[in-house]
Design a protein around this ligand. Structure first.
Ligand code: TMP
Length: 194
């Protein structure tokens, strides 16, 4: 039996990663489940994390190169019958890299063309939608701020995500609710897919 590919997207502080872990604990009781994430812990993902200075196009190429390798692994896991849960995929590049940072952004058309060549379309993508102000407060309370976490920038990332969600039929989850309610909502969608 072929598996499934389910992606969790959203700005930092949206709760997507902890929800994905809870989903994995739940479904792994009955299904073979693999959890994975981008940027990966492979060579290109580690290179990305180690860069101190870069230009937006280079960064976009590296995120996409990392994804190209990762997609080969994901295909194998799906073919082996696993349910693959992935924290971030191509929508992260389209939403983040096309938003303006320090007066620069990457051309959306170019990002789409690049990514469309390397991705497979997930069976479902959950977009954890939250007001960036609330997301930032959560991130700050964990002491984990990165350069991607400025308010104006995240507002644009959120708008990009919501546009994509409409276009590519993502499941938009109201992530401002208590995490038990968010998990129940996500599980109700996943149980229809399994
Ligand atoms: P993480 O905090 O979910 O591990 O992601 C690391 C950061 O990388 C996050 O702030 C979003 C950013 N990112 C992009 O800008 N583009 C991408 O394609 C990916 C996968 C992540």
């Amino acid at each position: 039996m072929k598996g499934l590919f389910i992606v969790f997207e959203g700005i930092d502080g949206s709760g997507k990663s902890s929800c994905m872990d809870s989903v994995a604990s739940e479904i792994s009781k009955t299904q073979r489940t693999i959890i994975t994430a981008e940027p990966t812990k492979g060579e290109i993902g580690m290179l990305l994390r180690s860069l101190t200075e870069t230009i937006p196009e280079t960064e976009a190429l590296l995120f996409t190169a990392d994804r190209s390798h990762h997609t080969q692994e994901i295909k194998g896991w799906i073919d082996d019958g696993n349910i693959v849960l992935c924290d971030r995929y191509y929508a992260s590049t389209l939403a983040y890299q096309s938003a303006e940072m320090n007066g620069r952004s990457v051309d959306t058309g170019w990002l789409r063309t690049l990514n469309d060549k390397v991705i497979i379309e997930p069976d479902a993508t959950f977009l954890f939608d939250i007001d960036p102000k609330e997301g930032l407060e959560r991130v700050e309370s964990r002491g984990e701020k990165s350069k991607f976490e400025r308010l104006g920038y995240l507002k644009e990332v959120r708008a990009n995500y919501l546009k994509l969600a409409k276009e590519r039929k993502f499941i938009v989850i109201d992530a401002s609710r208590p995490k038990e309610d968010v998990l129940a909502d996500v599980m109700s969608h996943i149980s229809k897919l399994i």
